[in-house]
Design a protein around this ligand. Structure first.
Ligand code: SF4
Length: 397
């Protein structure tokens, strides 16, 4: 008697919205080496800031949910180079929450680039907790929510006829226009997406980055569009789950805008002069005066912007109607088909660089481990050329 052999296990190809889709959109070849070969970055510091900001905001919300201490919270960070010591700081001191997150990151080999990068991350988290958390936290119903669903594989002759799309949403907020009408975040949603009514969910995503330009300069990727598609696709993923409120808006929070660095401010000035940004101080306002009298230079302070201007720069409302969601998931399908096509060609020909686009934008190549042998145009990697850094690498999640 012949025993039947068991079929090989069939796996549905799985793609993460951040780890695969956004990484491939950043640079195809870099994605191939880091994500599909599981090569760790030689400088994991690149991931530290994003994961630190996400981690502290989550720790802070979980503490607030249980104890609800009033805002603002103290921030006494452990001095640079010192490890956890007994202190008299309170449980919700952002320095204490930060220590906890830093310990976790250190255990996975992630440390800040230097003292300035660490100080900036603490400054930004403190600003987010002071300027946004009092309005955001009361709306939150879930944090770090994992979402997944399957979609038809967009190309033929691939590894399957469906693929699984996954994502982790930083925050889900439940909004009722009747009860939250005085909340400034809800007012921003209401003013930018007319016609909303009743109860609905909002997807919130923290970005440890500055607000990208709407029309990017040459050699800078269209992060503005990519990030909107990300939130709109989260909305599609959530709509696949049963018994959910409809998602009617997304909020992207650009944490760097709450405490901008000198290079952030120089980029802002350039974007204003070239008409590339959607939020700028109105002519003659205190913020306009502060920005235009500000001088760049070591040791000089940054302008004293009004809280309203900082919030307007930091908070971006994304519309997530049916049309936008359909357009976004079509774009995600297109990225998946490109990745599958590259993988099939590499598999057939056995050569990596010829089949994955080496198309990193400004800032990506500087920090890339593969630039020494990358076939991208040589001028991108000239030693003296300083493309402006725009976005840090993507933190998982
Ligand atoms: S050097 Fe630039 S183009 Fe080449 S792989 Fe790295 S990010 Fe991509």
């Amino acid at each position: 008697m012949q025993l039947p052999s068991r079929d090989l296990p069939f796996e549905v190809p799985k793609y993460s919205l951040t780890g695969d889709v956004l990484s491939f959109q950043r640079c195809g070849l870099q994605y191939r080496y880091y994500n599909r070969s599981s090569l760790p970055p030689s400088r994991p510091v690149q991931l530290w800031t994003g994961e630190f900001v996400h981690g502290v905001m989550e720790e802070a919300f979980l503490y607030w949910q249980l104890h609800q201490p009033s805002f603002p919270w103290p921030c006494n960070q452990t001095p640079w180079g010192e490890f956890l010591k007994p202190t008299d700081r309170c449980d919700y001191d952002l320095g204490v929450l930060g220590d906890r997150v830093e310990t976790r990151l250190r255990a996975s080999g992630k440390t800040p680039r230097n003292k300035n990068a660490r100080d900036a991350a603490y400054r930004r988290v403190e600003a987010a907790m002071t300027l946004l958390a009092p309005d955001l936290f009361p709306l939150i119903t879930a944090v770090e929510e994992k979402l997944s669903s399957t979609r038809s594989m967009p190309i033929a002759n691939s590894r399957g006829d469906r693929y699984e799309l996954t994502g982790i949403v930083d925050v889900i907020s439940s909004v009722s226009l009747a009860t939250h009408q005085n909340n400034p975040l809800v007012q921003m949603i209401n003013s930018q997406i007319p016609g909303l009514s009743g109860q609905f969910d909002v997807i919130v995503d923290y970005k440890a980055a500055r607000r990208p330009p709407m029309t990017p300069p040459q050699n800078v990727k269209p992060y503005w569009q990519h990030e909107a598609w990300q939130v709109q696709t989260y909305a599609w993923l959530r709509a696949q789950q049963p018994n959910r409120n409809p998602v009617k808006a997304g909020i992207l929070i650009y944490v760097n805008e709450l405490s901008p660095s000198q290079s952030d401010l120089n980029d802002l000035k350039t974007e204003i002069s070239e008409g590339q940004t959607d939020v700028q101080p109105s002519s003659g306002s205190a913020d306009y005066y502060a920005l235009n009298t500000w001088q760049t230079g070591q040791g000089l302070s940054t302008p004293n912007f009004t809280i309203n201007f900082l919030r307007q720069r930091a908070v971006r409302i994304v519309s997530v109607g049916d049309i936008e969601i359909n357009q976004a998931v079509a774009q995600i399908d297109e990225v998946i088909s490109q990745i599958e096509r590259c993988a099939l060609q590499e598999n057939a020909k056995g050569h990596i660089p010829n089949h994955w686009n080496a198309d990193g934008g400004a800032g990506d190549c500087d920090a890339c481990d593969f630039r020494r042998f990358c076939p991208s145009p040589a001028q991108r990697r000239q030693p003296g050329k300083q493309p402006r850094p725009l976005q840090p690498p993507i933190a998982p999640g």
